[in-house]
Design a protein around this ligand. Sequence first.
Ligand code: NAD
Length: 300
Amino acid sequence: MTAKPRIGFIGLGNMGRPMASRLIAAGYSLAVADAEPARLAGFGVKATLPASLAELGRLSDVVITMLPDGQIVAEVILGSGAGGDSVAAGLAEGALVVDMSSSAPTGTRALGARLAKRGIGLIDAPVSGGVKRAADGSLAIMAGGDAALVERARPILGALGTRIFATGPLGSGHAMKALNNYVSAAGLAAAAEALLIGKRFGLEPATMVAILNASTGRNNSTENKFTQFILSRRFDAGFSLGHMAKDLRIAVETARATASAAPLGEACATLWDAAEHALGGGADHTEIVRYLESLQGEKR
Ligand code: NAD
């Protein structure tokens, strides 16, 4: 049996923390890093905390990034300035970088070309399923890039997700992820609007959710978000409004790059951008409902 690859894991946020924990539980040895020292809490006993990104690179055969966006991924991997710290400075030829963040596919392709010149592989393997499925290892994973590199990463991805799709060339996983989140964001916003209209008509919100879930309007948000995070007013799903707005911008960029008409996508991206502007990117994405309520002049 061949030894498990050593993994460097960067980005211990809402998703990265449970994902790194699952890899440790699966027997991988991890070196972890995050720009916020507080995010490393609890990892010192079960993972290595390298002094620099280059050191993390030296300790890793495979590096996983779970960062806010592709620009940050490129800065962390290649460095943001002359002589700055970077993962690539420490990586050996033949190493593999797996970007599991929801990044823009164009930037991913550019990063892949720059890493290839150094003999370092890159695949994109973004995820869907949220914090709950990150914690129980049942994420959906869409992996783009050289087929042999995807196969090399598959055992690692198998510790994080139950459905792993090879989507095609580098960047195709990131394109698919943005398109998935467009569909998800549109479904959430449509159901939220319907509930606000229905409430003014005199319908009971909890009854409306139950009826949608028994009817053709059912979607992931009506099933897994409305009762749990919205009607309860908890607004703590663990996925930020800023990340969702970013994903919609990527979906619209992808539409434009492929000369595709996307009138609903453009409208949806504009709505989520406005909500981010009003509530801040750190708000939970389910708070889109609070933004729609404010448009209706509802006071809470
Ligand atoms: P998050 O904001 O909770 O975590 C991001 C982490 O990256 C933070 O701990 C932050 O300190 C760290 N970071 C930022 N800049 C850094 C840098 N330069 N160097 C090192 N660390 C840095 O985000 P998240 O919710 O965990 O999401 C991560 C990615 O996964 C995003 O692209 C998001 O769109 C995507 N995603 C999130 C979810 C979800 O439900 N939260 C689901 C699927 C995909």
